[in-house]
Design a binder for this molecule. Structure first.
Ligand SMILES: [Zn+2]
Length: 96
């Protein structure tokens, strides 16, 4: 089985299997973060993954998900709703 070598903040060098790791990718980019739980101390950890690391992890069969680092916040939705209500003719906004 493929072994992924990384380091734990408590234990130092550790070996993981692809099943221990999950990868978070940025939309449209070949980089992101990978997460794992140390098999020795069970500490959950997160590390940045550059495109080379991403390629290695994907090649070993690590599962991945695409995450949006800047989700729309409640405040932005509220501000948008307020702007719509303040606009006497909302269709004019669509006409741009
Ligand atoms: Zn550890």
């Amino acid at each position: 089985m493929t072994t992924i070598k990384t380091t734990c903040i408590r234990c130092g060098g550790i070996n993981l299997t692809p099943a221990d790791v999950s990868l978070e990718l940025r939309p449209g980019l070949r980089e992101g973060d990978y997460r794992f739980r140390c098999p020795t101390c069970a500490e959950p950890q997160r590390r940045p993954a550059n495109p080379r690391v991403v390629g290695v992890l994907l090649a070993t069969g690590v599962i991945f998900e695409v995450v949006n680092p800047d989700p729309i916040t409640e405040m932005e939705i509220a501000a948008f709703a307020t702007a719509l209500e303040a606009e006497p003719d909302p269709l004019r906004l669509l006409a741009g």
